[in-house]
Design a protein around this ligand. Structure first.
Ligand code: SF4
Length: 358
């Protein structure tokens, strides 16, 4: 199948089959960027309400740059992959300070911004600014591998490069934004991973995969995601009507969100033994009581399975909050304050289940 044939067919298909999505009705690079970042690793149905809330809370890039980190993380809460939210915020700050709130137009300048990789840069450059850049994502891998019989492994950089070259070769340079969206939409709606609609397909006559019944074998992906199991014991310290929470830092999951004093073990151990072996908690032993211990349960993330349990401890009223902060790095919050803090879904669910949050 020739380049022009593929491009015309897929664009014609797209023009009658696009989903009615808000970011399709705009050329505003801010909104296109927001949608692309939110929809990475996320289904449209899940991402749409987040997109709407971001646009409502932060209508432009300057508003996002001026927001507090807690507010941005709170708006992102529940979407996972929290580094995306931190990068979104950092990127908005750079666009505001360096470009006075106007997105740069070229792929090279876009790629220099925090959190913007090849895919997002190509999407913004082509959709918002009409630049001839080809987008390559999971949908594009699938459509091109099946239609053209590209058997390079998409989990390798050489494989990705082969697809990028093919996507560039096919790109309709008169309407690169429409072309890119057409291929992604065709992969999302028609040539789907498990049940491609081959019987009623614009490519059925020339499709490599259909001819050879290789739909399930393409694209080729060799690397399996390694899943790590982690054992979390959360200690929720209560003092009067307040709860001690801790902001997560560093490079681990959920950085920027609030959870509780945490001991991570190699497996689930007895709570009392754990408390006696922890240097910070042992200092507090005379002042705390165990009020409640939850069952262990599993929280599934893409690369990690968290086996979590919660232990509620009450602190003597006279124990100084500063000492608590110095020993455990926690701060005391009321339920109303906790309600607006950004938290991992695991923590929100527990607090709701215990009736601490609505
Ligand atoms: S014929 Fe099937 S495998 Fe080929 S492009 Fe169409 S839906 Fe995809």
């Amino acid at each position: 199948m020739g380049k022009g044939d593929f491009s015309k067919k897929i664009v014609d298909w797209y023009l009658v089959n696009p989903r009615d999505l808000p970011w399709r009705k705009t050329k505003d690079p801010y909104r296109i960027w927001l949608s692309e970042v939110i929809l990475q690793q996320t289904r449209v149905a899940q991402g749409l309400p987040y997109y709407m809330e971001f646009v409502r809370n932060f209508p432009n890039v300057k508003a996002l740059a001026a927001a507090s980190e807690d507010n941005v993380m709170r708006t992102w809460q529940g979407l996972g992959y929290y580094s995306r939210a931190r990068n979104l915020h950092a990127c908005a700050k750079v666009i505001t300070s360096k470009y006075n709130g106007k997105f740069p137009k070229t792929q090279t300048e876009l790629l220099a911004l925090p959190g913007i990789g090849e895919y997002t840069a190509a999407a913004i450059a082509s959709i918002a600014f009409g630049q001839p850049e080809a987008v390559v994502d999971g949908n594009v891998f699938r459509v091109l591998s099946r239609v053209f019989g590209i058997e390079d492994d998409i989990s390798t950089s050489a494989g990705k490069k082969a697809f990028t070259i093919k996507a560039k070769e096919l790109l309709d340079i008169d309407q690169p934004g429409i072309f890119n969206q057409a291929v992604m939409e065709f992969g999302a709606l028609h040539c789907t991973p498990k049940s491609p609609n081959c019987t009623d397909c614009i490519f059925s006559a020339g499709c490599f995969a259909k001819k050879r019944q290789m739909q399930n074998l393409l694209p080729v992906k060799s690397k399996k995601v390694k899943v790590r199991t982690r054992y979390f014991t959360y200690f929720i310290i209560t003092k009067g009507n307040k709860l001690a929470m801790k902001k997560r830092n560093g490079k681990d999951i959920w950085a920027g969100l609030y959870d509780f004093y945490l001991i991570e073990g190699k497996r689930t151990q007895r709570v009392e033994k754990m408390m006696k072996e922890d240097k910070a908690l042992i200092q507090m032993e005379p002042f705390i009581n165990i009020e409640f211990k939850s069952e262990s349960f599993k929280h599934i993330l893409t690369h990690q399975h968290i086996i979590a349990r919660f232990v509620m401890l009450s602190m003597s009223p006279g124990f100084p909050a500063k000492k608590l902060h110095d020993a455990l790095g926690v701060k005391l919050f009321t339920a109303q304050e906790i309600a607006i803090l950004p938290k991992p879904v695991l923590v929100s669910h527990f607090l709701t289940k215990k009736g601490i949050l609505e």
